[in-house]
Write a protein that binds this ligand. Structure first.
Ligand SMILES: NC(=O)c1ccc[n+]([C@@H]2O[C@H](COP(=O)([O-])OP(=O)(O)OC[C@H]3O[C@@H](n4cnc5c(N)ncnc54)[C@H](O)[C@@H]3O)[C@@H](O)[C@H]2O)c1
Length: 331
C-alpha cells in the first residue's frame, strides 16, 4: 500500500538513454497500433508570468503502464528565478487498483524521453549514414537530443551548436564534450545558418515564436527534429521548409494545436494533407519513414504522455531494484 517517493536527482541515476529509447520506441509503436489511451495535454496559461502548466495522463493497455504528469514551461525561469524552464512531477499508477505506486520528480524523465523521441524519429527518418548534426538551442533538451542521436548514429562525427546566449553554447560544448570523451567534435557557431549548413540532422530546441531556420538554409536530404514548439504560437521553422518536407508528427491532435505546424496550419500555409504520418504508424510499420536520400523529413514533437509513463516505469523498477527512494503511506 506504500507509494515510493523518488526525487529528480535520484531519477538521474536510474535512467540510461539506450533503455529509454527502446521504451519510447515501444510506446510509439503501441500508439500506432491503437493500444493506448492518451487524451491530448490540457493547458493552463500563466500569461502574466510568461509560463504555462500542462497535465498529461496516459495508459498503455497491453503493457499495463499508466501515469499522469504535471509539467510547466517558464522560459524566463533560468534568468529571473534560477530555476529550470521545465519542471515536472509524475504519478505512476497501478492500473489494477488505481494506487499511486510512485511519485517522482519528472524533469529528468521529461528531458530523457524527449531526447529518446528525437533519437527514434531520426532512426526512421534521417539518412542512415548521417554524420553531422546541427543544434539550434543549447539548453536542457538539446543535451538529451544529442544523447538520443548518439545512441542511434554510432558514426556521428561532428556536432555544431548555436544559441542566442553565448554562455549556453560554451556550457553545452564543454559538458557534452566531456560526456562523450571527445568521441566526436562538438563546436559552437555564431549563427543558425552556420549550424545547419551541411548538417544531416538538424535539431531545434528553443521556445521561439518566430522562425529561426529558413528554407534556403536547408539542403535536400536533411532530417529536422522540431522539439521546441510545444504550445500555441510557438514555431522555429520557416513554413516554406514544411512545404518541401515529408512531415511526421508525434500526435496529430497535439501537433496541430501546439507543435511546429500549429502556426502555419492556423494561417492556412499547410494543411492536414501535408502531414504524412504519426511516428507511431511508422514505428508500427503501417507507413514508411524516409523514402529516398534527397527527401527532407521533419519530425514534429510535442511530447506524449505515453513517453513519460514508460520512462517513469523504468525509473520506478530501477528504484525498487536498487533500494532508491522512500516508501510512504500517502493514501
Ligand atoms: N517536444 C517536447 O517533447 C518538449 C519537451 C520539453 C521541452 N520542450 C520545449 O523545448 C523548448 C526548450 O526547452 P529547454 O528545457 O531546453 O529550455 P532551456 O531554457 O533549457 O533552453 C532553451 C535554449 O534556447 C535558447 N533560445 C531561446 N530563444 C532563442 C532564439 N530565438 N534563438 C536561439 N536560441 C534561443 C535559450 O537561450 C536557451 O539556451 C521549450 O520551448 C520547451 O517548451 C519540448
Amino acid at each position: 500500500m506504500d507509494t515510493l517517493l523518488i526525487t529528480d536527482e535520484e531519477v538521474k541515476g536510474l535512467l540510461a538513454m539506450r533503455e529509454v529509447l527502446e521504451a519510447v520506441e515501444k510506446a510509439f509503436g503501441q500508439k500506432g497500433l491503437g493500444r493506448v489511451q492518451m487524451p491530448a495535454k490540457s493547458y493552463l496559461y500563466f500569461k502574466r508570468f510568461n509560463g504555462d502548466l500542462r497535465t498529461m495522463p496516459s495508459y498503455l493497455e497491453d503493457l499495463d503502464v499508466s501515469a499522469v504528469k504535471i509539467v510547466n514551461v517558464h522560459p524566463d525561469n533560468p534568468s529571473k528565478h534560477s530555476l529550470p524552464t521545465v519542471m515536472a512531477v509524475i504519478v505512476l499508477v497501478d492500473p489494477k487498483t488505481g494506487l499511486p505506486i510512485s511519485i517522482m520528480g519528472g524533469s529528468t524523465v521529461t528531458s530523457m524521453r524527449t531526447g529518446a523521441a528525437g533519437g527514434v524519429a531520426a532512426k526512421y527518418l534521417a539518412r542512415k549514414d548521417s554524420r553531422v548534426a546541427g543544434f539550434v538551442g543549447a539548453g536542457t533538451q538539446a543535451r538529451t537530443q544529442l544523447m538520443g542521436l548518439a545512441e542511434v548514429f554510432k558514426k556521428l562525427e561532428g556536432v555544431k551548436v548555436y544559441d542566442r546566449e553565448k554562455n549556453a553554447v560554451a556550457r553545452f560544448v564543454s559538458e557534452m564534450t566531456e560526456l562523450y570523451s571527445g568521441a566526436f567534435k562538438i563546436r559552437g557557431t555564431d549563427s543558425v545558418q552556420e549550424t545547419v549548413a551541411g548538417a544531416d540532422v538538424v535539431v531545434t530546441t528553443t521556445p521561439s515564436r518566430e522562425p529561426l531556420v529558413m528554407s534556403d538554409m536547408i539542403s535536400q536530404g536533411t532530417h529536422i527534429s522540431c522539439i521546441g514548439a510545444d504550445a500555441v504560437g510557438k514555431e522555429e521553422l520557416d513554413p516554406a521548409i514544411l512545404k518541401r518536407a515529408r512531415i511526421v508528427v508525434d500526435d496529430w491532435e497535439q501537433a496541430s494545436h501546439s507543435g511546429e505546424i500549429n502556426v502555419p496550419l492556423s494561417r492556412g500555409l499547410v494543411t492536414r494533407e501535408n502531414v504524412w504520418a504519426e511516428i507511431g504508424e511508422v514505428v508500427a510499420g503501417l507507413k514508411k519513414g524516409r523514402q529516398g536520400r534527397e527527401e527532407i523529413t521533419v519530425f514534429v514533437s510535442t511530447g506524449l504522455a505515453i513517453q513519460d509513463a514508460m520512462t517513469a516505469e523504468i525509473a520506478y523498477r530501477g528504484a525498487l531494484q536498487k533500494g532508491v527512494g522512500r516508501p510512504i503511506k500517502i493514501v
